[in-house]
Design a protein around this ligand. Sequence first.
Ligand code: AKG
Ligand code: FE2
Length: 222
Amino acid sequence: MQTQRLDTGSAPTFESRLAVIDAILEDKAFEKIRGDVEALVDTERSYLPAHKKGGTVAYSTLRERAPNLVAHYHSGAFSRLVSRITGIAVHPTPLHDESSCSVLFYEKPGDHIGWHYDHNFYRGRHFTVLIPMVNRGPAGGLSSARLMAKQRGRDMEIATPPNRLIVFEGAKVRHRVTPIAEGERRVVWSMTYCTDPRNSAVQGIARRVKDTAFFGWRSLWT
Ligand SMILES: O=C(O)CCC(=O)C(=O)O
Ligand SMILES: [Fe+2]
């Protein structure tokens, strides 16, 4: 696995509970993952026409059809990097949590995610890690979909070009993605890490309800 960049360089500050690192994966590793994601999207389309409208490919599907993504998610290099950035030891979230490792795609004009916090169903802290795979406007630049985060009461825009790593504490940082426009496409690899993967029974039930909404009915997308 070519993830050398993950182990080198100094970590950015995580004071605002959000950090970015550009060109996180070696070009070859990035291209391989992007190829896997595109292949997956084609497969998903032929199986599920509804996915033409954008949506989420869940962890259980990635485990079957994109094992390379899941291997990166589980690699010590990824966990160490996120631990270094956040300043606390983190681990991948459990297999039964569909948001652990997923791919989100924004392809239909208007696809967006409204203001929200990422729920933390675990005992310790919980972090969201994004690596955009595709982000294209009609003229070749970035799409008009913007990741926005509330920082000290102000709306901050976080650019999401391909191969940028974005790590944030989603349960504490309110965020949203503004709508994508006609002819644009944005595909984001999303992962979660936590400090303590144990959860209480009540938290477990809440997580399952949320998975149904996010992965079954796409309620956050409307
Ligand atoms: O698509 C994005 O940039 C963010 C998606 C999101 O809110 C998440 O994965 O928690
Ligand atoms: Fe989120």
